[in-house]
Design a protein around this ligand. Structure first.
Ligand code: GLU
Length: 279
């Protein structure tokens, strides 16, 4: 087997429900610490690592003691302002403990569509990788109103993978991968290990399979992310965040999850995709 399963640059996406305790909504420090340890070790193996982390709104809501999930844009943005910086504090602390460095990149849809700002963002990523820094990305929720939003971090992470020419995107989810049917309602549903083409059969399997009430992405958004990633030249793997060790398993070549095999499309254009598919 190739070293590191052949991968050199990875984007890993983790959602709010995987970073917080279900019962209380507080940050799950053990999980976050384990995630950071895995990422630092990937860097030690010589891999460029980028993390796309949700959690700004969920962590902010908790810090501000809001009983209900925020519904208005301004409340969500206020939560994000508080939560994003809190979350980064946690990440910085854990990365610091392993003597690794993290940096924050907050993106909006406009950053990706505008060729000047997109190029600037790409240069920043490249510089961070040269310096051995782990970029931690989120949508800039404090300023991204509806017209400017990517909507969900599954899509955002695929766009980032495309921008930085990653060869792998890992979506850590609350499910093992893509099943032939909804495994919550059908005990005979089987996990699909590998998808080489996102055809209508595959699309029909994308039923609402996320059980969480803190995140946003379901299986349909994951398939959209798979299309972006694979056409940009990256494999995409959906795996379960319940065992964070799955990250090193993937690089050792023996893991539980669904892999979408890359199929680079030379005509894939990031800005056009965003304008046509996200609006
Ligand atoms: N950007 C949002 C947050 O950090 C999450 C979006 C998502 O999970 O898809 O709260």
């Amino acid at each position: 087997m190739n070293q590191n399963n052949g991968y050199k640059r990875v984007v890993i996406k983790i959602g709010s429900s995987s970073l917080t305790h279900e019962e209380t909504g507080n940050q799950d420090f053990i999980k976050i610490e384990h995630l950071v340890r895995q990422l630092c070790d990937l860097q030690n193996r010589g891999i460029d690592v980028c993390l796309v982390s949700s959690g700004a709104i969920a962590v902010g809501r908790k810090a501000l003691n809001l009983k209900e999930r925020p519904s208005t844009t301004s409340t969500k943005q206020a939560c994000a302002a508080v939560g994003q910086s809190r979350l980064m504090m946690t990440y910085q602390k854990f990365f610091g403990e392993y003597n690794h460095i993290a940096g924050q990149i907050l993106l909006t849809k406009n950053t990706m569509i505008n060729p000047v700002s997109r190029n600037n963002a790409k240069n920043t990523f490249d510089e961070l990788f040269n310096m051995g820094v782990v970029p931690i990305v989120n949508e800039n929720d404090t300023v991204s109103t509806y017209e400017m939003k990517f909507g969900d971090n599954d899509t955002l992470s695929a766009l980032v993978a495309s921008l930085i020419d990653a060869d792998l995107l890992i979506l850590l989810s609350d499910i093992d991968g893509l099943y032939t049917d909804d495994p919550h309602s059908n005990p005979d549903a089987e996990l699909i290990k590998e998808v080489s083409e996102i055809n209508s059969d595959i699309l029909s399997m994308a039923k609402g399979s996320t059980g969480s009430d803190v995140g946003t992405g379901g299986m349909a958004t994951k398939l959209m992310a798979a299309k972006v990633a694979t056409e940009s030249g990256a494999d995409m793997i959906i795996a379960n965040a319940s065992d964070i060790s799955v990250i090193s398993d993937i690089f050792n070549g023996d893991y539980l999850g669904t892999k979408f095999v890359r199929k680079k499309n030379p005509n894939f254009n990031l800005a056009n995709f965003i304008i046509e598919s996200i609006g």
